[in-house]
Write a protein that binds this ligand. Structure first.
Ligand SMILES: *Cc1c(COP(=O)(O)O)cnc(C)c1O
Length: 386
């Protein structure tokens, strides 16, 4: 049995008529760039979250960049971002002219550690970009309290957290602005690149709309960039949006099966949920000392897995100039060599979940003593060797 990591075609087949119809409409109208499908999606997504403005753009990375420009980051400004995330969160800070300051992850939830944020604040700090990593909200009460105390803006990077909630409130509605990616594999995914910024701030919405569209039509009020959502992507997102709550429930079901079936299997740590967080399981990330061997074993068993992400950002070549060492980010460092993302998507069938879990179980059985009792855990490199 082959278990792909995600299966976008399986999802397409469940809504083929709606998607085909939406695509045909765009082509019939030649509504390729912006146009009514884009307007409709901006409205629908703003309504879904309960925010005033949704400004669509070309992708989720542009969304972060556009939001940063809208908040007028200038050279010398320090922006706090998580050490363990996708690089969009930090590369855009540099592109906008700021200096990224990395913070470690919280031990339980993989999201940014508010205590480390507090430690990293200097007179040059202007803002914080929490990421709701893997689909679990960051600790927004703590983060917003720090932001308020130090007069900082907050951009929530919601690239993995469509419809996730913190204490009942949708992520993307806490900060000054929030960004979404609709990359095909995301919980709400287009059939190409797409993204948006959401905000309740009228002036910010106005500025970023102008900036992302060449600085305005007619009179160019400034030099901007060209970052647009195209009509096909918007029409596809409009067709998919009504299904998102059910797809989210389906992801939670897969996660609940994994939680239950992987409990006490080998040395696996299943995802921990922080208080008040509604996780939407963009990714289901386990931790084990036996990660690399398990991953190899699962590949042989036909189960695809991914490492999100194999290194914390400060340890990539792009950030070598910061000269960070593992002890600067002990949790991110601990996690990077132990995390493993298991297949999770709404169309996953029960037997696929079972096959994945059974394969993991038989991997760990290899290490069981003949009496069946104790488990020999493979000794892992200590923190110092990382
Ligand atoms: C996917 C993602 C992005 C970037 O989105 P793209 O649409 O691929 O540019 C940004 N941040 C996070 C956390 C993401 O997961």
């Amino acid at each position: 049995m082959k278990i792909p990591f995600v299966d976008l075609h399986a999802q397409y087949l469940t809504i083929k008529q709606e998607i085909d119809g939406a695509i045909a409409e765009v082509i019939a109208e030649s509504a390729y760039i912006r146009g009514r499908h884009v307007d409709a999606f901006e409205q629908a997504w703003a309504n879904a979250l309960g925010v005033k403005h949704c400004v669509s753009c070309a992708n989720g990375t542009d969304a972060v960049y556009i939001a940063l420009r809208g908040l007028h980051v200038k050279p010398g400004d320090e922006v706090i971002a998580p050490a363990h995330s996708w690089i969009s969160t930090s590369e855009t800070v540099t592109q906008a002219g700021g200096r990224v300051v990395f913070c470690d992850a919280d031990e339980e939830t993989f999201t940014i550690d508010p205590e480390d944020i507090q430690r990293k604040i200097t007179p040059a700090t202007v803002g914080i970009i929490p990421v709701h990593l893997y689909g679990q909200p960051a600790d927004m009460d703590a983060i917003m309290a720090i932001a308020k105390r130090h007069n900082l803006w907050v951009i929530e990077d919601c690239g993995q957290a469509h419809l996730a909630r913190y204490k009942g409130q949708y992520v993307g509605t806490f900060g000054t602005a929030a960004t979404f990616s609709f990359y095909p594999g995301k919980n709400l995914g287009a059939y190409g690149d797409a993204g948006c910024v959401v905000t309740n701030d009228d002036r910010l919405a106005d500025w970023i709309t102008t900036f992302a569209r060449h600085g305005g039509k007619g009179d160019h009020l400034m030099e901007g960039i060209n970052s647009r959502m195209d009509g096909l992507q918007a029409a596809i997102l409009n067709a998919k949006l009504p299904h998102l709550p059910a797809w989210t429930e389906a992801r939670r079901y897969v996660a609940a099966c994994y939680d239950e079936l992987l409990d006490e299997v080998g040395d696996i740590i299943t995802p921990k949920i922080g208080p008040g967080r509604d996780h939407v399981y963009h990714l289901y990330v386990i931790r084990t000392e036996n990660r690399d061997a398990l991953r190899e074993y699962l590949t042989q068993a036909g189960v695809s897995t991914v490492l999100n992400y194999p290194k914390a950002l400060p340890f990539y070549s792009a950030y070598a100039h910061f000269g960070h060492s593992p002890k600067d980010f002990p949790v991110a460092c601990f996690n990077q060599s132990r995390i493993l993302s298991l297949p999770i998507y709404p169309e996953m069938k029960k037997e696929m979940i079972t096959h994945t879990v059974e394969s993991i179980g038989s991997f760990f059985k290899q290490f069981q003593e003949p009496d069946g009792a104790t488990l020999k855990v493979i000794q892992f490199a200590s923190l110092a060797d990382l």
